[in-house]
Design a protein around this ligand. Structure first.
Ligand SMILES: Cc1cc2nc3c(=O)[nH]c(=O)nc-3n(C[C@H](O)[C@H](O)[C@H](O)COP(=O)(O)OP(=O)(O)OC[C@H]3O[C@@H](n4cnc5c(N)ncnc54)[C@H](O)[C@@H]3O)c2cc1C
Length: 346
């Protein structure tokens, strides 16, 4: 047996573990949150279930649909209502529904990672935040923020968003000229910040769309969707809007207290939807995503340390801030780890 430590249990980390499920690589996954699936996150509150990070998995090519169906059709949701657009003046227009499939599950988007991990023997340790990495001989050891050690491992796969991965590389003990180059390349990936608000109403909304996307990127709202279009997410007779504020607005108001900022957001939504009743949700929630979406990929430097068993995966390695991109990058990097371990560890 050979061993791999995967840091992060998002789509990329789950994809990597899944790729190695039929090999003799023993995968240990360390995840700082209490649940899996990272930015493709689901929360439950007041009888509702909502995807407050990514909204759904797109299918740009048939392989994603095939894989998702292989994970089981039970509870699989393909949102049928379309995505419409709006501009900076709030003018709503039909169209722009580029996605053939908009997949989630009745239990929420976190099912993606849950179902992938369920098909592996990976040891997934949640509530474990990695603090430092050590190269000892030709193996890697990991220390978490409680001071507990994990490993040693034959290989390491880092999947947190690039700025968090760069921070880990700062706390890495490895006397090798590639380390500063890696740190610089990973740390230079630019990100967009998004603050998501969840607005609940005790009435149904009758609109022909599932979501609205701001196409000129000049409105304070970037995206607005109706979570009740996903079966089992919102009880009948109620509505839950997912409102993702624009990166500029989100950055300026990232630390504003929820109770103070939600009024402005709800007023903006009421104006956009031309209905004053949206100004007064009966309950609300939020989530800040400081590293929501990578704005660019990373240079090939990230592959330079693979012969030392150090690998990277995630949407930022793929160069596209999408669940399917992270998933397939995780699968591909998992396969590379498998090839590396099969040829270099005896
Ligand atoms: C608001 C928002 C809306 C989006 N909408 C969509 C959409 O509709 N469709 C779509 O396809 N994509 C969407 N995306 C993008 C999509 O969510 C991401 O591209 C994808 O989930 C990235 O997966 P990942 O595995 O690369 O990273 P992540 O999901 O970020 O996974 C990395 C994991 O590493 C963990 N971690 C970080 N640091 C440590 C540490 N030190 N120790 C241990 N664990 C650590 C994190 O907790 C996380 O679970 C959206 C993203 C956001 C934020």
């Amino acid at each position: 047996m050979t061993s791999l430590c995967v840091v992060g249990a998002g789509a990329a980390g789950a994809g990597a573990a899944y790729a190695l499920r039929n090999t003799d690589v023993e995968a240990t996954v360390l995840e700082k949150s209490r649940g899996v699936c990272g930015r493709a996150a689901t929360r439950r509150r007041h009888g509702c279930r909502y995807d407050h990070g990514a909204n759904y998995v797109k299918d740009p090519d048939e392989r994603t649909t095939r894989l998702i169906r292989e994970l089981g059709d039970d509870g699989l949701v393909d949102v049928e209502e379309p995505v419409w657009t709006f501009d900076r003046r709030g003018r709503i227009t039909e169209g722009d529904d580029r996605d053939d499939h908009k997949f989630t599950w009745t239990e929420g988007l976190t099912q993606l990672a849950k179902r992938l991990f369920a098909r592996t023997d990976a040891d997934v340790r949640t509530a474990t935040r990695v603090a430092a990495l050590d190269r000892e001989g030709d193996r890697w050891s990991v220390t978490d923020t409680d001071g507990d050690g994990h490993g040693p491992f034959d290989a390491l796969l880092l999947t947190p968003p690039a700025p968090q991965t760069a921070a880990l590389l700062t706390d890495t003990r490895w006397d090798d000229a590639r380390l500063p180059r890696l740190r610089e390349a990973v740390g230079s990936v630019p990100y967009r910040t998004i603050r998501s608000y969840l607005l609940h109403y005790p009435f149904e909304i009758d609109r022909p769309w599932y979501a609205l996307v701001n196409v000129d990127r000049e409105h304070d709202v970037g995206w607005l969707s109706r979570e009740e279009c996903k079966p089992s997410h919102v009880p009948d007779g109620e509505s839950l809007l997912v409102v993702q504020m624009s990166p500029a607005w989100s950055t300026a108001h990232y630390d504003d207290p929820l109770d103070e900022s939600v009024g402005t957001v709800a007023e903006t939504v009421a104006t956009l939807l031309d209905d004053p009743s949206f100004a007064e949700p009966d309950w609300y929630d939020d989530q800040g995503w400081r590293y929501a979406l990578p704005d660019d990929g990373v240079s090939d430097v990230v592959h330079e340390a693979e012969d030392a068993g150090l690998f990277f995966a995630g949407d930022w390695v793929a160069g596209e801030g999408r669940v399917h991109a992270a998933l397939w990058n995780g699968i591909e990097q998992g396969e590379r780890v498998g090839e590396h371990l099969a040829t270099s560890v005896f």
